[in-house]
Design a protein around this ligand. Structure first.
Ligand SMILES: NC(=O)c1ccc[n+]([C@@H]2O[C@H](COP(=O)([O-])OP(=O)(O)OC[C@H]3O[C@@H](n4cnc5c(N)ncnc54)[C@H](O)[C@@H]3O)[C@@H](O)[C@H]2O)c1
Length: 445
């Protein structure tokens, strides 16, 4: 691979639009970023790289049919795309274990702006590889922490930063997720591919804690987790001796009686049978029988340097989806939950309770409105960098430092529950160098 220095953003002369490349033409790459780019007039999806050519073709047809989008250049070889296209930015949306390699490849090929969907990598060591490539190339990396752009979460950050509840003491999040399908039927159920669910999914939540508690650094993590319900001995119906279950919902003999039956999407889609024939990737693996080494419920406790404690409970065995937040400061308490995203309850320690109204997001279907705002922040950062007379970092809402901190907490939680002990963050990362990302080296884990 050739080394190249990152170039400032350039615009395609004919359209004036930023040229964006996406690595990974799956759910996030196409159904999120591809569709959002189709609606923008300042950027275009110029190229896509994915190991699965059939999936890319489905994506091209879907974007053309639904949005009138011009065909993007499709590559099955990522480096070929990076060398062959003049891209202003690349968005990495491959499975988590590939993030570091793909971000490093983009930076080394001279792409100046890279958005890596969360998590930045599956380990602190992977995050630091991205950081080093960024420093060597002069490129910029943003992490796809879309929760920061949820209006409710962003408003709570403002209230906390304003000092309206005083110095923080406690943060609690209880997360419930409807059904196990998202986490138990796909690649993310494998620790080697996702870093475990405390990293894959929990990094969202740990980032929110780290962001809200701006005055402290995560110091120590304890966690307990387990696979209680989504396992072979908990199939919720009677199984006939000669009639096997699964292996997928679509082929299962019990589809009429299984309460968790969820067929793959019908019609043309990215995960149709032609695309699956290429790589064997199906999304309706039986959530009970699927081989997995991740948890379906757990609790993690994070201790911070500023005498703040945060707990995150997550459960993927429920009939509803929500996150319930309580943030306690020395002068008041905030309470809110995502299913009611337009209000926050402020309970001052002395005085009357208040309801703080939060304006609804424009497009609540896009992860509560967070995804369009995330992309907007990335594109604005690129444009700010282009017009800036200095080469300082654009104003991305989340940086590699944020990415490392969230992964460090998630990785510590994985070690904590697997080894049955609490884990000091300094076991994983050395923060002593305050330049750049603020981290110089991985220290083990
Ligand atoms: N921010 C969020 O809210 C959010 C939500 C869901 C997923 N994510 C993240 O987005 C990323 C993608 O998740 P997804 O649900 O879209 O996954 P997905 O399975 O839908 O898509 C992944 C794509 O990567 C491709 N791919 C796999 N291996 C490849 C390789 N070696 N080279 C090139 N392409 C390869 C697959 O063919 C597939 O098209 C993950 O990192 C996940 O953690 C973020």
């Amino acid at each position: 691979m050739s080394e190249a220095t990152a170039q400032p953003a350039t615009r395609e002369p004919a359209t004036g639009k930023l040229s964006i490349g996406v690595i990974g033409s799956g759910g996030r790459g196409i159904n999120c970023f591809g569709k959002l780019l189709a609606k923008r007039d300042d950027a275009r999806l110029a190229a896509v790289a994915d190991a699965n050519a059939v999936r890319m073709e489905s994506a091209a047809q879907m974007l053309q049919h639904d949005f009138g989008m011009a065909r993007f250049a499709a590559y099955t070889d990522i480096e070929e795309m990076l060398r062959g296209e003049k891209l202003d930015a690349v968005i990495v949306t491959t499975p988590d274990y590939l993030h570091a390699d793909h971000a490093v490849a983009a930076l080394r090929e001279g792409v100046r702006h890279v958005l890596v969907d969360k998590p930045l990598a599956t380990t602190v060591e992977g995050c630091l590889r991205v950081t080093r490539a960024m420093q060597e190339s002069g490129g910029q990396v943003m992490v796809g922490f879309n929760m920061r752009h949820l209006p409710l979460i962003a408003r709570m950050k403002e209230i906390i930063a304003n000092g309206d509840i005083g110095a923080l003491m406690l943060i609690e999040n209880r997360e419930f997720y409807d059904g196990g399908r998202t986490y138990m039927a796909r690649w993310n159920r494998h620790y080697a591919l996702s870093g475990g669910l405390w990293v894959h999914k929990g990094s969202h939540d740990f980032d929110v804690f780290n962001w809200w508690n701006a005055g402290g650094d995560p110091l120590r993590v304890s966690a307990s987790a387990g696979l209680n319900a989504l396992r072979a001995d908990k199939i919720p119906f009677a199984v006939e001796p000669d009639v096997p279950v699964g292996p997928n919902c679509s082929s299962c003999a019990y589809k009429d009686i299984c309460p968790d039956y969820a067929p793959p999407m019908g019609g043309p889609n990215l995960f149709n049978s032609d695309a699956s024939a290429v790589d064997g990737y199906v999304q309706d693996t039986c959530v009970y029988l699927s081989e997995k080494d991740t948890h379906d419920n757990g609790i993690a406790l994070v201790e911070y340097s500023n005498n703040v404690r945060a707990s995150h409970m997550e459960c993927f065995v429920c009939n509803f989806t929500d996150r319930f937040y309580t943030v306690v400061g020395e002068r008041g308490t905030l309470m809110a939950h995502l299913a009611n995203p337009t209000q926050i309850e402020l309970r001052p320690r002395w005085g009357d309770d208040k309801i703080i109204a939060v304006p609804p997001a424009d497009d609540a279907d896009a992860h509560g409105g967070a995804d369009p705002l995330l992309l907007d922040n990335f594109l604005c950062g690129i444009k700010a960098d282009k017009t800036s007379s200095t080469s300082s970092s654009p104003h991305f809402s989340s940086t590699v430092r944020d990415g490392i901190r969230a992964v460090a907490v998630g990785q510590a939680a994985e070690i904590a529950w697997r080894e049955g002990r609490s884990v000091a963050i300094e076991e994983l990362v050395d923060w002593r160098d305050s330049s750049g990302s603020g981290a110089t080296s991985a220290t083990g884990g």
